[in-house]
Design a protein around this ligand. Structure first.
Ligand code: CUA
Length: 311
């Protein structure tokens, strides 16, 4: 399924409202532009009598004061109605997710429900279609901005504050999001995916995510697991089910099942993991992970195979 990132192709109720408003403004602005140009053409070609009639005070007052006032008030009322809908209370059955912007990735948390523990992920948010989702947005360092054009508007993530965005996906799909506030260094490579699934598919996915990491490995993957725990990867990353439990970097428990790594910078596969570990400072300059250029090819391949197997 192709990921798309466009306000003109809405897949959520908020994005649909924004797209409709956009088209109304585009159509209105186009009509006014044509009207003004037509008047200019008439005035130019129409001769002295027409020009004198157009210079009439009432014509100028209606066209220059009344018309803009009515148009702007109508737009204001429409905008207030839209905003009112967006700030309405979260529904009781809404899915709650927390996303923290960090330089330069997204920490994703599905808070505990019932007897299930918190679920940590990164750079990818999966949601069910047809259900309201409330995402609490915060920042661990500087101001970021959470923007998935195909689903909803844009909300800043401000240190020390929790903002909320509510959205509802109307059709399944992969929606690309992008940090929309310059946050230093590789800001342009701080993207993510929102994957909207049918409700039953979503519940399946969630149940799978609650499981600890995979353990059935080939010898190569097993070697990769050993390297992960012995070369320092576990100083920053967690993999539930292993001794790796650090929270500085993204949780990698099911990283092989995500669409991308490094905040939608590379596709998630063994070759990408190996490349990323060795040359991440070339791929995403300035990111907080040191490049492990010391590891030989065979060890990188083992690490890549292991991480890819963490579906
Ligand atoms: Cu985070 Cu720009």
């Amino acid at each position: 399924m192709e990921a798309h990132q466009s306000v003109l192709s809405p897949g959520g109720s908020d994005a649909e409202a924004i797209a409709t408003l956009g088209w109304i403004m585009f159509g209105g602005a186009g009509a006014i532009f044509l009207g003004v140009i037509s008047l200019a053409v008439f005035a130019h070609l129409g001769g002295e009598t027409l020009r004198r009639r157009m210079a009439n005070g009432r014509f100028v007052f209606v066209g220059g004061v009344i018309f803009p006032a009515v148009t702007l008030v109508a737009l204001l009322i429409y905008g207030l109605i839209l905003t009112g809908a967006r700030v309405a209370a979260t529904q009781a059955d809404a899915l709650r997710i927390e996303v923290t912007g960090e330089q330069w990735w997204w920490r994703v948390r599905y808070p505990a429900t019932g007897g299930d523990p918190d679920l940590m992920s990164a750079n990818e948010i999966r949601i069910p279609t047809g259900r309201q989702v409330e995402i609490k947005l915060s920042s661990a360092d500087v101001i970021h901005s959470f923007w998935v054009p195909g689903l909803a508007g844009k909300v800043d993530m401000v240190p020390g504050t929790v903002n909320r965005i509510r959205l509802r996906a109307t059709r399944p799909g992969i929606y690309r999001g992008q940090c929309a506030e310059f946050c230093g260094g590789p800001h342009a490579l701080m993207a993510f995916y929102v994957v909207a699934l049918e409700p039953a598919q979503f519940e399946n996915w969630l149940a799978g995510q609650r499981q600890p990491a995979a353990t059935a490995f080939t010898p190569l993957q097993k070697q990769g697991e050993g390297l992960f725990l012995s070369t320092g990867c576990n100083a920053c990353h967690a993999i539930r089910g292993t001794s790796a439990a650090a929270t500085i970097g993204p949780d990698l428990t099911h990283v092989g099942g995500r669409l991308s790594i490094a905040a939608a910078t590379l596709p998630s596969n063994a070759a990408s993991f190996a490349r990323w570990i060795r040359e991440n400072q070339h791929i995403k300059p300035g990111n907080r992970m040191p490049a492990f250029g010391i590891l030989p090819d065979d060890q990188l391949a083992a690490l890549g195979a292991y991480l890819e197997a963490l579906k």
